[in-house]
Design a protein around this ligand. Structure first.
Ligand SMILES: Cc1cc2nc3c(=O)[nH]c(=O)nc-3n(C[C@H](O)[C@H](O)[C@H](O)COP(=O)(O)OP(=O)(O)OC[C@H]3O[C@@H](n4cnc5c(N)ncnc54)[C@H](O)[C@@H]3O)c2cc1C
Length: 444
């Protein structure tokens, strides 16, 4: 029997239950479908295309080392797979379960020939439910319920060999997909090594001692794992990471479980990336302010911590979590710009852009989501910057300010030493706070 192995955000050979099941049945045709139609607005963004190119190249090489191949096809996933199954005489399609709405629609269209397996999450999310059988909306309750499903299953080893079909179907070339940026090539600062081998090496070298404290310090480049793009593309499974860190700081595994939580939220509310979790926020009077939005995107708001984060995002395709919260809050509360504008920008710029993680975190910061009503809590970016000791972080990402002393770097305007080539604050904190609270008061 020949079957298809449909790889999506699980670009790995170890802890890959769909591969194990397919190889058990006979010849396996591994396939990746670049689907820009099904996800609509949420098709893979610019920074992730760069990552995807390198990750697929690494996967193809790993498959070849096992006597197999990676078949590349492009188009609407369910149609492409149905056609490929017909072409190759494949009876079944094996795949890991994903919760993005476009994947679930494709899975439904494929019907009975599709065999789905767990492996991308710590637990089967359909089983981590409230007393009434629904998905959790509050992380702390989710975490409590998840305990009954932990530890996650032990990861599966990589199969020794992968049975090949007698003849291979045609494949697109990776180059023909033009996933890498060309004119201009903005990826010069992407100091990442995509692919399963690099992801596993990173997990092996991971030191999470002191994570609970260090994760809040943006200048500490090793204070967090930087595994998010590897986890998003499934180059390493969450359960592999879990078991590798079982003896370390427990806070790390609690953060890792956020990924499961956000997938549960979009399982219950598939349009969570597009719609306020609390519908009453549909009446919030957002500002349409393209100049302010651009200043935020370019890292020219006059708030050094925000600007440092936005420039880190543009250069690396990644931003420290503490600064993501500060920058997101600044857009939504200080500039009163709809959270979906920020979510869309992140989607295009982040190498770890993830439907559930991005939407749930944006709505959490905005206070429009189902988990917490926080719109009225206005984060003070300058206080945050001082509290989390961001001086060296600002020096690295906002070179115009590099020569300023610690006492002045968080707020050069107030210290009276703002260099000419750095912008004045786009809005004062007190004024912004009052405007946001007044807008919130109009929400009914
Ligand atoms: C506005 C905003 C948008 C975000 N968008 C994304 C996104 O698109 N993709 C994404 O993966 N994360 C997103 N996050 C969550 C978080 O910032 C990143 O997961 C984290 O910074 C990745 O760095 P790390 O791998 O070093 O994390 P670590 O601190 O080492 O954590 C380990 C892993 O746990 C998971 N994790 C940790 N924190 C969170 C969290 N709050 N929510 C969900 N998963 C988490 C990630 O998979 C991460 O790789 C967003 C946060 C905010 C505030």
């Amino acid at each position: 029997m020949t079957s298809l192995l449909w790889l999506r955000q699980d670009l790995r050979l170890h802890d890959q239950p769909a591969l194990v099941a397919a190889a058990h049945e006979g010849a396996v045709i591994p396939v990746y479908v670049l689907d820009d139609e099904g996800p609509g607005q949420w098709r893979i963004g610019g920074a992730q295309r760069w990552w995807l190119h390198h990750s697929l190249a690494a996967l193809a090489k790993a498959l070849e080392a096992k006597g197999s191949r990676l078949i590349l096809r492009r188009g609407k996933a369910a149609d492409v797979l149905a056609k490929l199954a017909e072409e190759t005489g494949a009876d079944r399609i094996h795949a890991l379960r994903h919760y993005e709405p476009w994947w679930r629609a494709a899975e439904e269209a494929l019907g009975d020939r599709l065999c789905l397996y767990g492996g991308n999450h710590l637990a089967r999310l359909e089983e981590v439910t409230t007393g009434s059988g629904g998905q959790f909306r509050i992380y702390s309750s989710f975490w409590k319920a998840l305990q009954a499903h932990l530890p996650p299953e032990e990861p599966l080893p990589m199969p020794r060999s992968i049975p090949a079909p007698d003849t291979w179907p045609r494949s697109d070339t990776l180059a023909s997909w033009a996933l890498l940026p060309a004119k201009p090539d903005w990826s010069g600062g992407f100091a990442w090594e995509p692919g399963e081998a690099a992801a596993l090496a990173k997990v092996r070298a991971l030191d999470i001692d002191g994570y609970d404290h260090r994760r809040n310090l943006p200048a500490d480049e090793e204070g967090t794992s930087q595994l998010s793009p590897h986890l998003h593309f499934g180059e390493v499974s969450a359960r592999t990471v879990w078991h590798a860190t079982e003896r370390g700081d427990a806070t790390f595994r609690k953060e890792l479980a956020w990924r499961d939580f956000t997938s549960g939220v979009v399982l219950a509310m598939p349009r969570y990336a597009d719609e306020n979790g609390r519908p009453k926020y549909d009446s919030l009077p957002w500002r349409r302010a393209p100049k302010d939005l651009k200043a935020w995107q370019r890292g020219r708001t006059g708030y050094p911590i925000v600007d440092a984060g936005m420039r880190q995002l543009w250069t690396l395709g990644w931003m420290h979590n503490r600064v993501r919260m500060i920058a997101a809050s600044f857009l939504v509360k200080h500039l009163l710009i709809d959270w979906r504008e920020g979510e869309t920008w992140f989607w295009d710029c982040l190498v770890d852009a993830d439907y559930g993680n991005n939407a749930v975190n944006w709505q959490w910061v905005a206070g429009t989501g189902v988990d917490a009503n926080m719109f009225g809590r206005i984060m003070a970016p300058l206080t945050q910057s001082e509290k989390f000791d961001a001086g060296d972080y600002i020096r690295r990402w906002v070179p115009e300010l590099a020569a300023l002393p610690d006492a002045a770097i968080h707020d050069p305007d107030a210290a009276g030493c703002r260099p000419e080539n750095y912008p004045a604050k786009i809005i004062g904190h007190r004024e912004a706070r009052e405007r946001a609270l007044a807008a919130n008061a109009k929400v009914r």
